[in-house]
Each structure stands twice: as structure tokens, then as C-alpha cells.
Design a protein. Structure first.
Length: 374
């Protein structure tokens, strides 16, 4: 992911419709490692910009991994209705192994995007979560955490999301490290889903405190590090990725088993933190889907009518119109052919293309895309 400073140029073009600018002066600092002033300057500017964004209510998340004890490139993600219009470096100062910069940043509030969004709810397949290091599940015997997390994510999606609902497949393990696009498209066809949301449990290690006086222990602390990846099940392409990291008290003793099906587990600080991160994940996915079109597949042909894998759960109603998208290899192209929905069931619908010639070239597996309601 590019750093915040490298995103500024793109933001200037993307958000040219912003309202009145807000000038602000901010500072940022970063350590100088291996006498690399250029990298330190970049990080200091990133942190100064982050301060500007957060001062207007934005959220900024820093992630920095280590490999063999060496810190890797810092990654930053952010969410804000205030965007950077311009910035000016006012001063730069080095003191020992620390570099400090001061910037004048011009911010602007961004108008809400003028889009009608899905005007419905997209189905999202949620397979069993992947665990990067299964030996970390041993403390507490969390061998079913991957399935429990997928069910929690699915329930949260279906209950809290405005633009999606889940089709949970906690019995299905997909090895998507690295991603396998054909597995994504096959699962989408099986489930009739538009997206596949894959979660990787990166870290659930326990920081177990040492015994005191030979018998007394403090409460342990357990890390929660998740990576969420959203895939388009039509193309198999990854469309979104985000990391989430936190930690919470782990109330179980060394040899005690934590049952993920109990209220005690989910009401513990660790369980509550898992819930919070999952809710945050769903909110992020919802924001992404706001302006994405609702898509489905033709699963059956019959004379002048087609059966679609979209239905009442997707928000489809009789009279809705959908545009046919012919497949061309891995991608599709608009055909200009529009069909009208005649009958709707919970997870399917029947639609009609006017005229016999309209059905020429239409085949099972073609995609449809909802035409925005006026």
C-alpha cells in the first residue's frame, strides 16, 4: 500500500469537487535509520499529514511488520471525509537520529459521492477463516476459532450491513495464500454470491506473564491480528484488503480450554475485542460497496425468459431492470440488452428479454447488472 504522502497527488485530481479549503500547520517526526534521511523525511511527512487528517475527525491506521528482527516498510491506511488539497514543507530539522518536519496543509471537506449505490444487497460468501500459524491456537485449545470467526463475521454482515448479506461456509477451507482466482469464481457460482470475503488470522499469540512467588499469575494478554480480503467472484480479482490489529486480556489459565461456543468466551475482553474488530471490518466493507453495482448470473434459460441468482434477499422486486453483460474471457462487456424482472423468490428471480431476437447470443453463465432506479 502506498504511503499517505504518495496518495496526495491522486487525491488532488480525485477530489477536485471539494468545498472550501482549511489551511492548517502540523509537524511530524521520524527516526533516522542507517543514516537514511530520505526515508526518515518521507515517514515524518506521512505522520504530519496523518495529524492533519485526524485533526478533522479522520481515522489513520499504521502497520509495520518485522522480519528477522528488522522493521519493514511502514504501511498506512486512512478514512476521512476531509482530503488533502495541497501541502508545503515549511521547515526541516535534524537532531541526532531524529528528523522533524513542519508542513502547511490545505484540507477540504469532500462531498458525498453522487451515486445510488447497490440499491440492494450483495451476497458475500464467507469461507472458514485461514490461520497462518496454527500452533498459536494451542493455548486455550482454540482449534475452532477459524470457524467461529467466520460465523461471527457472517452474522454481523447479515445483521449490520446496509449493502450486503452473508452466505457462511464455515465448513469450507480455501487456501488463498496465494490467491486462487478460479476457486473464487467457482465458489461464487456455487453460492450465487457477488463477492468472497476471506479472513486470515495472522496472529493470536499469548503473552503469558511469569509466575509470581512461584504460584500466582497475572492475567495474560493475547494478540488479535486479522487480514481481510474481498474478492469479486465474477472476475476472481481482489478488490479490497485491510489489516486489523489489537490485543486484550486473556482470562484463561495455562491448561484451560476456551470453548468458542460459550457465552463466557464471547463476554471476555478477548471475545469482545473480536466482536469490535469484526464490526469495524463490516463497516469498512459497507463503505466500499456503497457505489458498486449489484450483479448476478443467468443460471437457466427458457424461451424468452431467464432465471437469475438474484432475489428478494438482494432487494430485487418485480419491474426492476437489469442489463446483460456478455462474458469475454475473464471480463465482461455491456450488451445494451435490458431485461425486466417478472417474478421474484428469496434467492432467485425470473426476467424477460423483449423479442425473440433479444435471446440470441444469451447463454447460461452470462452476467447481469442492475440498472439504477430512477
Amino acid at each position: 500500500m502506498p504511503t499517505l504522502a504518495r496518495l496526495v497527488a491522486a487525491l488532488l485530481a480525485l477530489f477536485s469537487f471539494c468545498a472550501t479549503a482549511l489551511p492548517i500547520e502540523v509537524s511530524g517526526e521520524a527516526p533516522i535509520v542507517n543514516n537514511n534521511e530520505e526515508e526518515a523525511r518521507q515517514r515524518a511527512i506521512d505522520r504530519a499529514l496523518a495529524q492533519a487528517v485526524m485533526s478533522q475527525g479522520g481515522m489513520v491506521d499504521f502497520n509495520q511488520a518485522s522480519q528477522n528482527g528488522v522493521l519493514q516498510q511502514e504501511e498506512m491506511s486512512w478514512q476521512s471525509r476531509t482530503q488533502v488539497r495541497s501541502m508545503e514543507l515549511l521547515s526541516e530539522q535534524r537532531q541526532g537520529d531524529k528528523l522533524t518536519v513542519r508542513l502547511r496543509v490545505e484540507l477540504a471537506h469532500v462531498s458525498e459521492p453522487n451515486c445510488r449505490g447497490l440499491s440492494g444487497r450483495a451476497a458475500i460468501s464467507v469461507p472458514r477463516a485461514e490461520v497462518r500459524y496454527r500452533d498459536q491456537l494451542v493455548p486455550g485449545g482454540l482449534y475452532e476459532l477459524d470457524a467461529a470467526l467466520s460465523r461471527l463475521l457472517g452474522n454481523t454482515l447479515s445483521g449490520e450491513s446496509h449493502f450486503a448479506f452473508a452466505k457462511v461456509r464455515d465448513d469450507l477451507r480455501l487456501d488463498l495464500i496465494p490467491p486462487q482466482p478460479h476457486w473464487i469464481t467457482e465458489l461464487g457460482q456455487q453460492d450465487g454470491s457477488q463477492y468472497v470475503l476471506n479472513v486470515i488470522i495472522d496472529d493470536v499469540s499469548v503473552d503469558q506473564p511469569k509466575k509470581r512467588l512461584g504460584w500466582f499469575e497475572r492475567t495474560a494478554n493475547r494478540t488479535i491480528a486479522l487480514e481481510a480480503r474481498l474478492y469479486d467472484s465474477f472476475s476472481g480479482e481482489r478488490v479490497w484488503q485491510q489489516r486489523y490489529r489489537s490485543a486484550a486480556d486473556w482470562p484463561y489459565k495455562r491448561q484451560e480450554i476456551a470453548d468458542t461456543a460459550t457465552e463466557r468466551f464471547w463476554s471476555s475482553e478477548f471475545g469482545e475485542e473480536l466482536r469490535r474488530l469484526t464490526f469495524e471490518m463490516v463497516a469498512d466493507v459497507d463503505g466500499l460497496l456503497t457505489c458498486q453495482p449489484l450483479k448476478g448470473r443467468i443460471v437457466q434459460l427458457s424461451q424468452e425468459t431467464v432465471i437469475l441468482d438474484l432475489g428478494l434477499r438482494n432487494g430485487i422486486r418485480p419491474g426492476d431492470q437489469l442489463e446483460l453483460v456478455h462474458q469475454q474471457g475473464a471480463w465482461g462487456s455491456d450488451s445494451g440488452l435490458v431485461m425486466t424482472v417478472e417474478q421474484v423468490h428469496p434467492e432467485s428471480a425470473r426476467a424477460r428479454l423483449d423479442g425473440a431476437s433479444a435471446m440470441m447470443g444469451v447463454q447460461r453463465g452470462d452476467w447481469v447488472q442492475r440498472v439504477s432506479r430512477r
